[in-house]
Design a protein around this ligand. Structure first.
Ligand code: AMP
Ligand code: ZN
Ligand code: FE
Ligand code: FE
Length: 267
């Protein structure tokens, strides 16, 4: 039997709805062999997921970066979670997220839409503001809150402080890890962006993702082979914040982790 893993999952440490321990328990129930906890700008969930037992938990992070004019998401894996340079940069990014959440709430207030500033122990993001909008009766669902107010171009959108792709890659490499380009389907020019990221030192690309069609997946896989990138995959699980996404749904083989570890061992 092929051992299955999921290399893209969020917890309550960022914008997921399961605690790190509950995520690990779900992974064990689903029969997964390993998961990567990939919260936005935060590594605090990894230890808690690991402590729950029942499934191998590898370090992960999802960083927002800019590559030219595009926002890209980069997944870091298998790095040292106690790396000082990484941790201090993450602290700065989370402080910027707090300021941004305040600005979004102010923008909403100026539109006559009153919501409480979400209180989040980890990295606050738009899904938390979206939840507050639903709870206050201003939106019917998280998606509705994005469509009405929070998506790029909508009236309460506030852009986020982002690393350059080069800095994001350097931070993860400096901590001993590898970097994969998350959900390339979400950028406007996936091929050009992928090639630009490779020039900055990218190691891998997320081929299997819950938003990728079979055709797009085949296309990304062809690019990965041409560019000698490891093919990673994950669901981008967020619990109830993305009700259609199931942990483990991408059927990623354990051999993916082996391939990433080979890259690190060869450095
Ligand atoms: P943030 O990092 O605060 O900008 O929030 C990003 C999160 O919001 C990601 O997890 C996305 O899944 C979610 N998100 C971004 N854009 C949308 C959208 N248009 N509709 C629904 N969710 C979105
Ligand atoms: Zn997220
Ligand atoms: Fe993402
Ligand atoms: Fe994600």
């Amino acid at each position: 039997m092929v051992r299955r893993i999921d290399l893209h999952a969020h917890t309550t440490v960022s914008d997921g709805t399961l605690t790190p321990a509950a995520l690990a328990r779900l992974a064990a129930r689903e029969g997964l062999s390993a998961i990567a906890v990939t919260d936005h700008d935060h590594v605090g969930g990894i230890a808690g997921a690991r402590a729950a037992g029942g499934v191998e938990v590898v370090s992960g992070i999802e960083l927002s970066a800019h590559a030219g004019k595009q926002e890209v998401h980069l997944l870091g894996y298998l790095f040292d979670e106690s790396n000082e340079r990484l941790l201090s940069r993450l602290d700065g990014l989370r402080a910027a997220r707090e300021r941004r959440a305040g600005l979004m709430v102010e923008k909403l207030a100026s539109l006559g839409v009153r919501v409480e500033l979400p209180v989040v122990a980890g990295a606050v993001g738009r899904p938390h503001v979206a939840r507050a909008l639903v709870d206050a009766g201003h939106a019917s669902s998280i998606q509705d809150a994005f469509d009405k107010f929070l998506a790029d171009g909508k009236p309460a959108f506030v852009s986020k402080e982002k690393l350059s792709a080069a800095e994001a890659i350097s931070l993860v490499h400096g901590a001993g890890g590898v970097v994969s380009f998350a959900h390339p389907v979400l950028v406007k020019e996936p091929e050009a962006t992928l090639r630009a990221l490779v020039a900055e030192g990218l190691d891998a690309v997320e081929v299997a993702h819950s938003k990728h069609s079979p055709e797009f997946r085949a296309q990304v896989s062809a690019w990965a082979r041409e560019l000698s990138l490891v093919e990673t995959g994950g669901s981008d699980f967020h619990g109830e914040n993305k009700p259609d996404v199931r942990l483990g749904m991408m059927d990623v083989p354990y051999a993916t982790l082996d391939a990433l570890r080979v890259l690190i061992a060869r450095r």
